[in-house]
Design a protein around this ligand. Structure first.
Ligand code: ADP
Ligand code: MG
Length: 427
């Protein structure tokens, strides 16, 4: 663990503790805002892609990453830490998780552990380790090329094919028929290693938790509503889900098993599972900030700032008692429209004026193209809701869907033979 900041020999007032944030973009800013509120000093490592928009008012210094690979992040984080070891270091998202964990391990800073970070970045490694720890997960094969899994897939349809370390559902594909097996084997022959899994049926949830030295200090369940198969694009996240006691016990078994298996120490965990008829089955685990504005929705649901809690955890600052029960029921809703060209968007003002609507953020305007909704990247923005009860939240979700209308001139017929893609995070 990091030592207390040394008091200079001159007995001048000690410097405030310092946070180093790896990866800011837009979604990471609340970490720097929390640091400012806490009176901390802050530095950040930022990519060239978002360099021009870096919030220079929120950090004393930015270190620029040359490139966007994990190795580039690791190099820049290492250089920033070598320049001065911060009191806390947070890796914002997937590309920064291992970079941060390497430096945390090297300098004794708080973090999820290098083990957890590395395992979380590779879906096949997750499956291998979780198998050894008895975590319920889909039957699977990790193959050098997809053709090696042909017979296995034919015996277990429907199955899911996925790359080992992409995210946002890129390349995650449901395969349902023998003909589709032949098609996918031919189409993805050149891809190299892949993971092939039995498709698990049942509603999907995510579990977000704050963990300190392996102990869960706060947890939230998020219920996901997606488009129907084949694409499973996430349309609504409802936080503060309250399962019945039997389900809650099974979920606790799953989450604690995963934390043990990855050797989770300190930080934020985002775990996805499906509730099958035989109980919860793990999809995957991440040790980073969840996407889809979930930290905002979780903060509204429980009435505290999740980002600030993560900053406190990373610096070993005291945490107030964290809430166990929702004080509000938040959701993020992703509006949809059929493919085509947008001619008009109506109802935005009425939606914004609804008492349960916290904000409306649309990324499309008239003239823009709407593509078929096959992944979260194609979604056109989001609406954040916070209501007094789950029923009022459902009313608000319905109101948003009925009121926010996106008119389009339809596109031509959608080409057939496209892969069936699952969706993940990221819009
Ligand atoms: N074995 C599976 N059975 C059923 N659904 C799956 C399976 N694997 C993935 N999915 C679906 O695809 C989504 C994306 O897959 P995931 O492994 O989480 O990859 P990503 O890192 O892209 O999010 C999951 O959230 C889930 O809805
Ligand atoms: Mg996922």
């Amino acid at each position: 663990m990091s030592a207390e900041p040394a008091v200079p020999a001159s007995a001048a007032a000690p410097q405030p503790a310092e946070l180093l944030l790896a990866g800011v973009g837009t979604m990471g800013r609340p970490y720097l805002e929390a640091a400012a509120r806490l009176g901390l000093r802050a530095r950040a490592v930022e990519s060239g892609a978002t360099w021009d928009n870096r919030p220079t008012d929120l950090a004393e210094r930015f270190h620029r990453v040359a490139g966007d690979r994990e190795e580039s992040w690791a190099g820049s984080v290492a250089a920033a830490v070598a320049e001065r070891v911060p009191d806390g270091l947070i890796g914002f998202a997937e590309p920064q998780v291992v970079a941060a964990a390497l430096a945390q391990e090297r300098y004794g800073l708080r973090g999820p552990s290098l083990h957890a970070a590395v395992v979380s970045r590779n879906k096949a490694l997750q499956r291998s380790l979780f198998g050894a720890h008895g975590v319920p997960q889909p039957a699977h094969r990790h193959v050098a090329r997809i053709g090696d899994a042909r017979a296995w897939m034919l015996e277990r349809l429907p199955v899911v094919v996925k790359p080992l370390n992409l995210s946002g559902s890129e390349g995650v594909e449901l395969v349902r028929t023998p003909e589709a097996v032949e098609e996918v084997v031919a189409r993805r022959a050149g891809e190299g290693q892949l993971l092939v899994e039995e498709a698990v049926d049942g509603p999907e949830y995510s579990w977000e938790a704050l963990v300190r030295e392996g102990e869960v200090l706060f947890e939230n369940l998020t219920a996901k509503e997606t488009t129907p198969p084949p694409y499973f694009v996430e349309l609504v996240h409802r936080c503060g889900h309250d399962p019945d006691p039997a389900a809650a016990a099974r979920i606790r078994e799953l989450t604690s098993g995963v934390l043990r298996a990855i050797g989770m120490r300190t930080g934020l965990v985002h775990l996805e599972f499906r509730m099958s008829t035989t109980g919860p089955v793990l999809m995957e685990v991440a040790v980073r900030t969840p996407g889809d504005y979930l930290p905002d929705a979780i903060g509204l649901t429980y009435g505290f700032d999740l980002y600030e809690a993560v900053v406190r955890l990373s610096l070993g600052l005291p945490l107030p008692d964290l809430p166990r029960r929702p004080v509000s029921y938040a959701a993020t809703v992703f509006p949809t429209a059929p493919p085509g060209t947008i001619t008009g968007i109506t109802g935005t003002e009425r939606v914004t004026a609804h008492p349960a609507v916290v904000r409306v953020r649309l990324r499309r305007r008239p003239g823009d193209t709407v593509r078929p909704l096959t992944s979260s990247g194609q979604r056109m923005g989001h609406v954040l809701i916070a209501a007094g009860s789950p029923v009022e939240r459902d009313d608000a979700v319905r109101f948003v869907r009925e009121t926010l209308r996106v008119e389009v001139i339809p596109a031509g017929p959608v080409p057939s033979g496209r892969p069936e893609l699952f969706d993940g995070k990221g819009a």
